[in-house]
Design a protein around this ligand. Structure first.
Ligand code: SF4
Ligand code: SF4
Length: 388
């Protein structure tokens, strides 16, 4: 893959033409990005206009240098980025960016790879990071080229204009940081404090959301997007799953799946009672969906596990159990009553941002279970109610 010379002095539009990438493919990708930006924008009503605007801005971008680190992680985030289900997004991501360093997609290895990172680190660049940073025992649990990834990250961040932490691992440590956190894993913003760190949350995040976060920076003169309290781009993460869920009418009507093979499951009823964390989770999954809008977990009959929320592995396990006494919408009623329709949909609609309050009221797994295997499959007792 040629990441170099062709870019010099040329815009993205020139470069795509040079490589024979059809304009309609580029517009198609911009349409997918417009779908993500539209989650929190009035442009939702005019996606074609938005796609054209993105294409114009993006087409004029010149040679953005990118270092893309993969630290303590599983490569799922990178797979999500480059294998989103259609050629458009994955090819464009690689065409869009001068990815000077990435373990997975670069041809170089060993000394040549280290040199490539050294070279990109010297120039201003966008830094994308997947994976957590293990701090325990001098960082021996993840090293690159003999250096701890903490050191690799600090060096790469020094000349970075903006840092994107992509995936739950990079955002706060995710499963590696789940109690008892044996490697002392932390997220990128625990290490990099002197510049903006944008948290593109999820395990993994949707490919289009990763791409949209990058292209936002490219089309806004390197500026970071507005973020929420968790550092997530508001354009994608300003709505709860629950507020756009197609099963929501069943929640409001008190129609719940109680086991995965019951009548409710066959009828597509609400998954709250089999563990859905959609009421506490901010993500555009129902709108953007996965693999070029071909599906998403709740659409396939699986409860949301809340993977875009901080500490979801500690807070939301057992995944297949309804956590006790989850209050509804940051206001008074327990969710069961909401499900029975004691609070109407109109009242619910006014409480969209009450979700943050709700999140804080979710009970967490009891710390006395810290040395036990996490009950991801619902086979352990549910913890006593405890405020986070
Ligand atoms: S966030 Fe999830 S998908 Fe991404 S690297 Fe971590 S474990 Fe893998
Ligand atoms: S609880 Fe889950 S399945 Fe039910 S409406 Fe909310 S997000 Fe959808």
């Amino acid at each position: 893959m040629n990441f170099g010379a062709n870019w010099q002095g040329k815009t993205l539009a020139d470069n795509l033409e040079l490589r024979g990438v059809p304009r309609r493919d580029f517009l198609k990708m911009c349409g997918a990005l417009a779908g993500v930006y539209a989650v929190g924008s009035p442009l939702a009503q005019m996606p074609e206009a938005a796609a054209q605007e993105i294409a114009d801005k993006l087409g004029a971008v010149k040679k953005p240098n990118v270092a893309w680190l993969q630290l303590q992680e599983c490569t799922g985030c990178m797979e999500s980025t480059i294998r989103s289900g259609g050629a458009t997004v994955e090819e464009m991501v690689l065409e869009l960016l001068s990815v000077n360093y990435n373990d997975l997609v670069m041809a170089a290895s060993g000394t040549a790879a280290e040199q490539a990172l050294h070279d990109v680190n010297k120039e201003p660049h966008i830094l994308v990071v997947n994976g957590s940073v293990p701090l325990k025992d001098d960082g021996i649990y993840c090293t690159i080229g003999g250096k701890s990834v903490e050191q690799v990250l600090k060096e790469a961040a020094e000349n970075a204009t903006v840092v994107l932490a992509v995936g739950a691992c990079a955002v706060y440590g995710s499963v590696q940081a789940a109690r008892p956190n044996p490697t002392g894993a932390v997220g990128v913003d625990e290490i990099i404090k002197d510049k903006p760190v944008i948290n593109v949350s999820g395990c993994p995040p949707i490919g289009e959301v990763i791409t949209a976060s990058l292209t936002y920076i490219l089309t806004h003169d390197g500026k970071a997007p507005e973020v929420d309290a968790e550092g997530r781009p508001l354009f994608a993460y300003d709505q709860r799953i629950h507020d756009s869920c197609p099963r929501r009418a069943h929640f409001d009507a008190g129609q719940f799946v109680r086991s995965f093979d019951d009548e409710g499951a066959r009828n597509g009823w609400c998954l709250y009672e089999v563990g859905c964390k959609g009421p506490s989770t901010f993500s555009p999954c129902p709108i953007v969906q996965w693999n070029l809008k071909s599906g998403w977990p709740i659409g396939a009959g699986h409860p949301c596990i809340g993977c875009t929320e901080k500490d979801f592995f500690d807070k939301f396990t057992p995944f297949y159990k309804e956590l006790p006494n989850v209050t509804g919408f940051g206001i008074e009623e327990p969710v069961e009553k909401v499900g029975l329709g004691l609070i109407g949909a109109a009242a619910v609609g006014t409480a969209i941002h009450g979700g943050m309050t709700l999140f804080k009221s979710i009970p967490v797994r009891d710390s006395s279970q810290d040395d036990k295997t996490l009950a991801a499959f619902g086979d352990a007792p549910v913890a006593e109610k405890k405020e986070s």
